[in-house]
Design a protein around this ligand. Sequence first.
Ligand code: ADP
Ligand code: MG
Ligand code: MG
Length: 367
Amino acid sequence: ETELEEVLDAYRHIGTLKSKIPYGNGHINNTFLLTYEIPDGQEKRIILQEMNREVFKQPKELMENIIGVTSYLRGKIIENGGDPERETLNVVPADDGENYYVDSRGEYWRAYLFIEDATCYEQVETKEDFYQSALAFGNFQHLLAGYPAETLHETIPQFHDTRKRFNDFLRAVDEDKLGRVVHVRDEIDFVMKREGDADVFGDMLKRKELPLRVTHNDTKLNNIMIDNATRKGICVIDLDTVMPGLAMNDFGDSIRFGANTAAEDETDLSKVSSNLELFEVYVEGFLKGCQGSLTQTEIRLLPMGAKVMTYECGIRFLTDYLEGDHYFRIHRENHNLDRARTQFKLIEDMEAKWGEMEAIVRKAANK
Ligand code: ADP
Ligand code: MG
Ligand code: MG
């Protein structure tokens, strides 16, 4: 409470503060909605966030990424005749002109314009929601296609370096700190058999066969603002994990969790599969949003993106299980093993449907 007062004091130029309330269902940042009265007598709403320093160790670099990407988006949106106050996040500087404020405890805060007349939905409930999400994240790729991705900081180093994840897994098997290896021989075999998948993208990137892109890395529905009047996705928010990456990363991760017919920790594996109808919906929305910005190679690799992201995630769950569950929070015994198993089941299912997945992508690309 006293920290909040201190921070509010650093943003007095906005206007006269009328109210402040904790806001939203975010799990990472500490978010507040502030309402100000501004000189013309009107109201102005602001989102104020305390950044999560546990997850993001380099807040200055993170804010540099956000400023870089949002200023670029602003330019593109104005060029396209859009509304730059609603179609991108806008950082509101503090009174001293800085884009963030560091409080006396050393915690980092930042303010954004509140996106009016739009709603953030927590869960995909209909195919249309999933489609809107695909469209919005595809459009994000499209708008940022000309951005120099290599200038962005890697706020979580080697986030989607699948080879590194694989090597970390090998080390965990080798060390077998908790003696759990004997329980997961089949799962370890499963990962080993697909070792080649860990290098597909990394090798192509090295050979310059893939462009480095601006990726979002948290492509959930609740990171999109949906316009109340049109029900269309208008703005991608939550840019903390924006990093250089591959178009197939954002696409693939969305399929990994969004097309799964069961929960990520379902223990009845017969319920777990990758829904082709949802896959098709997402492919269509994503390609439409990308508006021709993806190369033929990237488009062809979309199914591979789904597989590699699922493989990487499964490897991380299994590694955490072997190392004693210190990264992903567990709520029951073997929770991370259960999670790893759903990912491996999804991979088997994708492998069985591979021809169909490729056909769906070809069909959507030719529309
Ligand atoms: P987290 O990383 O904790 O998910 P978010 O940046 O996604 O943080 O913010 C949490 C929630 O706050 C969002 O899901 C959304 O409901 C709301 N929110 C964030 N930024 C804005 C904004 N500029 N305008 C309106 N609502 C916002
Ligand atoms: Mg969020
Ligand atoms: Mg977030």
